[in-house]
Write a protein that binds this ligand. Sequence first.
Ligand code: SF4
Ligand code: SF4
Length: 92
Amino acid sequence: MSVEIVDLCVNCWACVDVCPSDAISASNTHMLVNAKKCTECEGDYADPQCASICPIESAILDSGGFAINPPGSLTGIPPETLAEAMNEIQAR
Ligand code: SF4
Ligand code: SF4
């Protein structure tokens, strides 16, 4: 049982200090979670603290492989609205 940090991570280090299990460390590319240490914060907090502080949508996946902060959850911009805006910008 562990969360996973994927390559969308921008290495802001915000999650490192809030992890109660000292499970997050830097690598050459992005932060990594030690699956043997991660408890998904159970017993310490109601929510995974790394995902609660992470500013990047979809950078942290739960143990089922789903983004804990999916697209639109932090920006409030529905993914389809963002896609439409990006298409419009690229068409200029
Ligand atoms: S879910 Fe909790 S224990 Fe696991 S890496 Fe994130 S902050 Fe650490
Ligand atoms: S808070 Fe998110 S973006 Fe920042 S280092 Fe952790 S996983 Fe990466």
